[in-house]
Write a protein that binds this ligand. Structure first.
Ligand code: S3P
Length: 429
């Protein structure tokens, strides 16, 4: 039997991208920053542990977090390898920070992270003067030596990646002169917004349809009090679940709706989802609203590849929505999904087929045939490949299925959304 409807009001944890950055920028400011709403998931805790190992003081104080920063250029050499767990964001952003500090560091990670490409950050950071000894294929474990002073560069991103953009800008913080990143396609802009909030001299300009971001170093960062909004990537699982389970009427409170992150909600609306934005406001310099999501008949669409960067982590759960829609959903231009915590095109194709969905996997996307609202058959166990978003997406598919979906492991969910199962229970109680 499909699940009971999702009803009531829930609040998802803090945004993962903003949480990582709050800790890092707090550690690079001189003095005390306070953070409320920090995501206490394993990925963010890996960032905190690495920053502590390099001299920052970071502690939990009641419901908030306090960071005593050491200043740009003030990080110390860690005396042990930095264990990044599953977290690509921690790894790539910290590689950027260390690149312009005169210290060496070794990065290690779990089996998933150890397969992910690091050459995308190694290339620009090497040009700035840092040196790297990665494992074969440009992967972790990896040793790096920063360069102080580093050399400012102008770098045009060859892939749409906020992690690469941020790594170069963070290296630019302690680099004398102007470091420039050119983005042909805009990606999430939390680094730019927050660095300005911390007092960095950073400008963003549009030129010939590209975004040009410049940071002037060395920067003096002032400590900040930060309120982290709810993570739209986490809210997306509940928005899809409430859309596909009949009878649902759910309010998801305090969802961050930065236009570089809200693509999933726009695409769901194009598919016919009923999503009301209530009490639109600003939290921590980011647009936020409460989302009221009611069950609706979804229809398949062709997803515009241009929207992909603003929902890059939400495709796994979009494929679940597509599986329940009327008609065919076509996605393309999604090569990047193959180098996330897992190959998300292959992992979702395999998992959804196992639970009764017909689809075709292409080079750069999935073409999903929807059931027209009929419950999926369910089944499993599906393989999650140490990927939290595959596990949560297939849990949502389970809610919309006759027999439920068994996933091989729910442990990876703790990297980004520790109370996911508790909130599902609460919403379906
Ligand atoms: C992130 C950027 C994205 C996203 C990741 C978080 C960030 O990665 O997938 O979950 O916080 O900058 P890419 O830069 O690889 O697209």
């Amino acid at each position: 039997m499909p699940s009971r409807p999702l009803t009531g009001r829930i609040r998802v944890p803090g945004d993962k991208s903003i949480s990582h950055r709050s800790l890092m920028f707090g550690a690079l400011a001189v003095g005390r920053s306070r953070i409320s709403g920090l995501l206490e998931g394993e990925d963010v805790l890996a960032t905190a542990a690495a920053l502590r190992a390099m001299g920052a003081h970071i502690e939990r104080d009641g419901g908030e977090w306090v960071v005593h920063g050491v200043g740009v250029g003030g990080l110390l050499q860690p005396d042990q390898a930095l264990d990044m767990g599953n977290s690509g964001t921690s790894t790539r952003l910290l590689m950027g920070v260390i690149a312009s500090h005169g210290i060496t560091a070794t990065f290690t990670g779990d089996a998933s992270l150890s397969k992910r490409p690091m050459d995308r950050v190694i290339d620009p950071l090497s040009t700035m003067g840092a040196s790297f000894t990665p494992s074969p294929g440009g992967t972790l474990p990896l040793m790096m030596e920063g360069m102080q002073p580093a050399v400012p560069i102008t770098y045009r991103l060859p892939v749409a990646s906020a992690q690469v953009k941020s790594a170069v800008l963070l290296a630019g913080l302690n680099t004398p002169g102007t470091t420039t990143v050119i983005e042909p396609v805009p990606t999430r802009d939390h680094t730019e917004r927050m660095l300005r909030g911390f007092g960095a001299e950073l400008t963003v300009e549009e030129a010939d349809g590209e975004r040009v971001v410049r940071i002037h170093g060395p920067a003096d960062l002032q400590p900040c009090d930060i309120a982290v909004p709810g993570d739209p990537s986490s809210a997306a699982f509940f928005a899809v679940a409430a859309s596909v389970v009949p009878g649902s009427d759910l309010v998801i409170e305090n969802v961050g709706l930065n236009p570089t992150r809200d693509g999933i909600f726009r695409v769901l609306e194009q598919m016919g989802a009923s999503i009301d934005h209530l009490d639109e406001r600003e939290v921590g310099g980011e647009p936020v609203a409460d989302l009221r999501v009611r069950h609706a008949a979804l229809r398949g669409i062709e997803v515009d590849p241009a929207i992909a960067p603003s929902m890059i982590d939400e495709f796994p759960v979009l494929f679940v929505a597509a599986a329940m829609a009327e008609g065919t959903t076509v996605t393309k231009g999604l090569h990047e999904l193959r180098v996330k915590e897992s190959d998300r095109l292959a992992a979702m194709a395999c998992a959804l087929q196992m639970t009764g969905v017909s689809l075709k996997e292409t080079d750069d996307g999935l073409i999903v045939e929807g059931s027209g609202g009929k419950p999926l058959s369910g089944g499993g166990p599906v393989t999650t490949h140490l990927d939290h978003r595959i596990a949560m997406s297939m849990a949502v598919a389970g809610l919309a299925s006759r027999e439920g979906v068994e996933v091989d492991s729910i442990e990876p969910i703790a990297t980004s959304f520790p109370n996911f199962s508790a909130l599902i229970e609460e919403a379906t109680a």
